[in-house]
Design a binder for this molecule. Sequence first.
Ligand code: ADP
Length: 694
Amino acid sequence: MDALSSHWAAMAVVVLALFAGAAALLLLRQRDRIVRQAAELAADVEALNDRLWTLADSEEHYRSLIEAQGDLIVRRDGARIVYANGAYAALLGLGEAEVVDSVAQPRLIASRPALALDGGARVFDECLATPDGERWISWVETVVPVALGRTVLQRVGRDITARIAAEQDLVEARARAESANEAKSRFLATVSHEFRTPLNGILGMSDLLGDTGLDPEQATYVRALRTSGEALLGLVDDILDFAKVEAGKLELVSERFDLGLLVETVAELMAPRAQAKGIELAAHLAPDLPSHLKGDRDRLRQILLNLVGNAVKFTETGGVGIRIASEGSMIAIDVADTGPGIPEDRRQAIFEEFEQADNSPARRHEGTGLGLAIVRRLAVLMGGTVDVEGRPGGGSLFRVRLPLSAAADAAAPTVPDWRGKRVMLVSGSPFGASFLRETIAATGALATLAGDAEQAMAALQAGPRPDAALVDQAIGHDAAIALAEAARAAGVEDCLIVLSPLERRQFGSPRDAGFTGFLVKPVRARSLYERLSPRPAPVAAAAQTPSLYPHRASRPRLSVLVAEDNEINALLATRTLERFNCAPVWVRDGREALAAIAAGLNGTGPSFDLVLLDIRMPELDGLAVARAVRTLERTSPGAVPLPLVAVSANVAEDDRVAALAAGMDDCLAKPLDRAALQRWLDRVGAPQALTLSA
Ligand code: ADP
């Protein structure tokens, strides 16, 4: 081989070696890159794995949370289940895997109306049949988006079986309680009604016995009998009233009534009790009150009687004051007393039934503990309120507020203008004096108060001379008369004596005693204004107490049929009628009554001027008799309608309405009110009775 050739060969080797080196270098670089990329990929895979774990962990976390909540979740595409959790699958008695892709549905037993929520969700409850029995599920149903713009219907449900059962238990318990309560009220009403009948017999008989010329000792016993009977009747009436209010049986009536007269009757009824205890009973009607109101007079009287009765019962010294005024659209009635008051922590409780201020057995006093419960219920029924507070000087103040409006034709209040006049009051009474003072102050006059006769004498001597003096007889009879003389001597124009109703009967002529007139407690503003302006009303105008039997002699002897199954009540009614100079005929049931009336109508028996029909009677009740009589009259030519008066121990408004609807002319309460009976006898005894229509 020549040198050139070996040179080229060497060159080629070098070139090859160079190529080989370069290729090796490239390969090395490539390998490094691949190794690096592989490491990066491994790191990515690891990161992804980590995320996957985290996601799985988080999914498991939420899943376990949801499972722990016990909520049922199902997603459906149409009817096909695309997802359901274990709780939902269990509802169907299947495994999760079995329900997916199925159209399984639990059987629907009942459902409750759906409620639409904001955001398109719907809430509803279903009762479903499940392997564990009936279950109530409350569902929230929403439409949720999934991939590719598709949506599925998702329901998330919660088992509310226990809640529904509790609700049902509650409804049943309430229904049971209500029916038990109704039964109790019915029982109370029936029992107290049944009590009233014999009690009225006892009271009526003691009345009759009292009229039979007893010696003083016997008369005392009869009075005691009557008082105890009345107390018992009061309790029975309380229970009956309560039962009626409780059972919602009490209908209010709206009638026009004289407020002043109402307060007077309450004060008059309570005055003997107050007087017997030596405490004062005063009433004040604000001068700006309308004369007549519209509302349920009897229920208002009941409220007043309860409150005033309690105040008198619990007060041993001082007195009881009734104050009535307008307060916006309300009539405000305050009954205040100077009694022991009611501890603050018992002021709510005493309005509950059967509660007394001190309930400890040793301290319980007579009474049912129902009076105030009735007062509150009546006040609420009338749309008003009642509460109690303590009085600054001790004692209680019961405050009733009732939305009673003035009657259409109520007289506008008239307060005279006495500006410049001076009126001296002589009274030691805590309520009476302050009430009178207010009444006088309302006229613009100056009212001065003397607490006793001495102060009054001193004031008369010291001057200035009053224009009028009002002297409460409670300061002492002789002292009052001496004051009247001193007042006249001092030139006092009017000097009135203020008397309790009982004192009025015993006082004799106020003029003879040196007074220019008198006022009867509780003094009404109107009477005071009338007596003093422009000049005192003549004393002779004093009202006479009406006699119970004024027409006894002048009226013809009336024939009255008494239909009554209770012998004692019948005896009472017939004896009372005899005292009214009537000829009573007694029949003991409705059939007999109808036979007697029919005989009178067709001339085969005696006719009657008046018929008293007990509503509850065996054979034929009073209402049926009345209907039959009216039918008979329509078919008997020339028959004059016979006055039929229902007599009932139960004089709720619906009894009255039923009696009138049956053709009766009136409905009287048992025991027979003598005055009401007398009015009927006067009506049928008078010649115009013939025009009386059925
Ligand atoms: P009763 O008088 O039949 O017990 P009430 O419901 O009328 O029932 O009264 C409940 C209780 O409230 C009374 O027992 C008494 O303790 C208390 N009470 C009511 N009125 C007065 C009052 N004017 N002064 C003091 N306590 C009163």
